[in-house]
Design a protein around this ligand. Sequence first.
Ligand code: FES
Length: 156
Amino acid sequence: MNEQTACPDAPLTTKIKSSAQLLFCLGCCCGRTDRGLPAVPVERIKAIWKAEKLNRDVQLTISGCLGPCDLPNVAVVMTGQEMHWYGHLNSDAHYDAFIAWARACVLESRVLPLPQSLDAFRLDRFANSALVSDERKTPVVPTRSDSGSSDERPPS
Ligand code: FES
């Protein structure tokens, strides 16, 4: 077993220091104005992130389909503690709220509470999942101790 395929002895860490990650979906439905769905102002957002170097603290990701296509446009905010999903984002004001939040996080060097103006657009992403029931706090992903072998890896 070479070094690249060996299982690490400790949890992996990254040198990337951003404290949050903001994903805007631009998939098969989100942002598809040609299908009559609201736009995602990707170029404007990317330009702001680049000009203001927001990525240092809030990593911006424009993603492919995130799953809940019935609620376009979708966004996700991930921090070290939480993950928040949003749906039905349909105006520049919604994206401006995320931009203002990211700017404030950078300014204060900490992850701030998410914009209250977007609370109505929060999405309980896994509320109807077939694999999650009342024990929603139980991890679905097996831990190393569950697997029985430290060499087990998902198929690639
Ligand atoms: S295209 Fe955005 S959730 Fe599927």
